[in-house]
Design a protein. Structure first.
Length: 482
């Protein structure tokens, strides 16, 4: 007995919950930790290697980069899973129209023993009376909600609206991803072109410096001319280093947009020439209305507002009765025995009979302390708030479309001006170089003309980049990506 008690205590101690430690002080690390640095956790890296598979090593065009992003970016995968959950929620609501069928199997036995009847005269000997029995039952029960005055219909409509919102949200997630990849692609393209211009600028500066030194050796230029040429080389080296840093940063952002680990080698293929229209092709007035109706976020917002309205209908239905039906069909087996140790044999009663029952009832809500009224007010306020948020989003979306449209117009106009600026700057630079070869222009004049040409080329790159980005922004704001 003593050993059993010790074993029971040991088992209870083993089943006791384990203590989880927490920091003792708000400004001190957890006991036993090495400062506030956490230990490495390999679980964080689970699945990281899978992201690097299936990415071609050849230069990728913009459509190919978008395809890689759609296959690797976790944001679109999460949106897809949310859409699946919303679709399952619709099916879950539909099951409430069907009956609930359950099977039950019960079995048990009981036995009790007590002292027999004590004869005051002492004629009967002492003995015990035992009563025992066993019983088993198997049954199938059905419960069916027949009518609830529209509560399930409202819940089904709410789930369908939320499923629609999740589906367009999935499309919106892809549009957002396409927009982010497109912007990162244009940023990298512009950074690469700027780096090429600065590399050419450095090459020209070095040629000019060598020319200045040669002219100085011939007595045709002065020491300040050589110093200015060397200064141009140093400035060009600095600008090229900064341009390369911007290119690497743009490359990192593009890799991140693709859903790949940082540092993964991804090469982008860029067009040899950038051609842009001089004007925005569509008029703004009719463009806004068409664009608003195609925005995934607007469609999802108003779908959530409609779902909130259906939820209000479901809460209103809680004030109405419900009609239910239930039925049970089964069988029971059992036996009961009574015996006395002073008498031979035992009396046994056996039970073997079917079970069947059926009911139709109505449940009428009378009073619950005002809980339903409060839920209804909450639902109505939530519906009004959701609708207000959707209307506010529509106003914001309209402003985004107008802003992107005007930004594109300005960028296209700037591109025209930059194109003319490059043309005139190139003519000026070529003339300065020709005069310098004939000894009619100084190093400073050639350097200035070259600097103006490079500045014009940079301005054209920025204008084209702004136009491409504005076009992508307008397409995204109007829901036309994808």
């Amino acid at each position: 007995m003593r050993n059993s008690s010790i074993l029971a205590v040991f088992l209870l101690c083993a089943c006791a919950p384990q203590t989880v430690t927490a920091p003792d002080q708000p400004d001190r690390p957890i006991a036993g930790a090495d400062g506030f640095q956490v230990a490495p956790d390999a679980r964080v890296l689970a699945g990281r290697d899978q992201q690097e598979k299936g990415v071609p090593s050849t230069p990728l065009t913009l459509p190919q980069l978008i395809d890689v992003a759609q296959r690797n970016n976790p944001g679109t995968r999460a949106a897809w899973l949310r859409a699946r959950q919303a679709a399952e929620a619709v099916g879950l609501v539909e099951t409430t129209y069907l009956p609930r069928i359950n099977a039950q199997i019960l079995a048990g036995a009981a036995r009790s023993t007590r002292a027999g009847y004590q004869d005051p005269a002492g004629l009967l000997p002492d003995g015990t009376v035992s009563l025992g029995g066993n019983r088993a039952m198997a049954a199938v029960s059905l419960h069916w909600l027949l009518f609830d005055f529209g509560k399930r219909d409202a819940a089904s409509a709410e789930a369908r609206e939320l499923s629609f919102a999740a589906n367009v949200g999935f499309s919106g997630a892809h549009q957002t991803l396409i927009y982010e990849v497109t912007q990162a692609y244009h940023d990298l393209h512009a950074a690469t072109r700027r780096e090429q211009v600065h590399a050419q600028r450095l090459s020209n500066a070095r040629s000019l410096s060598q020319s200045a030194r040669a002219r100085r050796d011939q007595g045709l230029s002065t020491i300040p001319d050589v110093a200015r040429a060397d200064q141009s080389v140093a400035q060009a080296q600095f600008d090229l280093a900064r341009a390369r840093s911007e290119t690497r940063a743009a490359q990192t952002i593009l890799t991140q947009r693709l859903g790949l680990p940082a540092g993964h080698p991804v090469r982008a293929a860029f067009p040899s020439h950038v051609r842009l229209p001089d004007q925005v092709p569509a008029a703004l007035d009719g463009y806004i209305e068409r664009s608003l109706s195609r925005r995934p976020d607007l469609q999802a917002a108003f779908a959530r507002a409609r779902a909130s309205e259906q939820h209000t209908r479901a809460v209103e239905a809680e004030f109405r009765p419900r009609i239910v039906a239930s039925a049970t069909l089964g069988h029971t087996l059992g036996s009961t025995s009574l015996s006395d140790s002073r008498l031979p044999g035992a009396a046994t009663i056996r039970t073997d009979r079917p079970i069947a029952s059926g009911f139709v009832g109505i449940t009428i809500p009378l009073w619950d302390g005002g809980a339903k009224e409060r839920r209804l007010r909450i639902a109505r306020d939530q519906n009004a708030a959701t609708l207000a948020e959707a209307e506010g989003l529509r106003i914001l979306a309209e402003a985004e479309i107008v802003g992107a449209y005007e930004l594109l117009q300005s960028a296209l106009a700037a591109n025209i001006a930059a194109r003319e600026l490059v043309g005139t700057s190139r003519v000026s630079y070529e003339a300065a170089m020709k005069f310098a070869e004939e000894g009619l222009a100084s190093v400073a004049e050639v350097s200035l003309a070259r600097q103006l040409l490079l500045d014009a080329e940079i301005a054209q790159i920025e204008a084209q980049h702004a136009a491409m980005s504005a076009a992508a922004t307008l397409a995204f704001a109007s829901g036309q990506l994808g």
